[in-house]
Design a binder for this molecule. Structure first.
Ligand code: BTN
Length: 255
């Protein structure tokens, strides 16, 4: 049972219904269970006070203690699979723009969708898609360190940062959620109606490693070189000195 049901959003879609849970295994798992039970509509947002089994990209665990903004959104984009993958970059730009409004500094993005501040990770996005054609759904899981003591994040502590440490005002999770959902919706509809190219140009302006030397773990390979561009399919182009590699998945290490 939800602990609190509220609607703070003036959006058309994202957050028309918001379910608050004090504690859950994972807000994305909760949505998945509701889909199976047939009890959830597109645009529903599930917010967790804390998660016991928060999940990150590549099967990693995501530390989700109280004080962070941990939420998932259910969408049903009617898009071919390759275009759905671009949403990773689209939401990264939208969320980072939303977070920019709470601080003086600008967020940066590490491809494909990690949000950074001061070269440390502030927020992460996990896109999970399933189902075919009419039934296809996308769960967008978003984790933002807001009022988190990063020293308590174990092995991540030296690589993580919390928004509250960059703001002189106290940060309310509901206000951040409202703005972030507005920005996510704006970039989502822009993408659906105008396509990817304008958002891609914006992504490039805030990309942490464009024109820098990177090392990418992609499957069993490590690719090193200069990140010379990002193409219209959202792939990272890396000049290895031998050729230009086009990378669709992987973890970027900025050298
Ligand atoms: C990453 O590895 O960077 C992605 C992290 C995504 C974490 C969020 S928190 C809300 C949602 N529920 C989860 O279990 N994971 C996502």
């Amino acid at each position: 049972m939800p602990d609190r049901l509220m609607n703070i959003s003036k959006n058309k879609l994202l957050g028309k219904r918001i379910i608050h849970l004090a504690k859950v295994d994972s807000s994305s798992n909760y949505i998945r269970r509701e889909i199976e039970a047939g009890e959830i509509t597109e645009g529903t947002v599930v917010v967790a006070g804390s998660q016991m089994k928060g999940r990150g990209r590549a099967g990693r665990a995501w530390e989700s203690p109280p004080g962070g903004l941990w939420f998932s959104v259910l969408l049903r984009p009617r898009l071919p699979v390759d275009e759905r993958a671009l949403l990773s970059l689209v939401f990264a730009v939208g969320i980072s723009r939303g977070l920019d409004s709470f601080i003086e500094q600008k967020c940066q993005i590490k491809w494909p969708n990690d949000i950074y501040l001061d070269h440390r990770k502030l927020a992460g996005i996990l896109l999970e898609t399933s189902g075919v054609e009419e039934d296809a759904y996308l769960i967008v899981g978003v984790g933002i360190n807001v009022n988190i003591d990063c020293d308590k994040l174990g092995s991540l502590s030296s690589r993580a940062v919390s928004l509250g440490d960059y703001s002189s005002a106290a940060l309310e999770l509901d206000s951040i959620l409202e703005i972030v959902l507005q920005c996510m919706e704006r970039y989502y509809f822009n993408f659906l109606h105008q396509g990817f190219l304008e958002i891609l140009e914006e992504f490039k302006t805030v990309c942490l490693h464009l024109e820098k030397r990177v090392e990418i773990a992609s499957g069993s390979r490590i690719i090193s070189g200069i990140n010379v561009d990002i193409d219209s399919k959202g792939r990272l182009l890396v000049d290895t000195g031998i050729d230009i590699e086009k990378i669709s998945t992987g973890d970027v290490n900025v050298l």
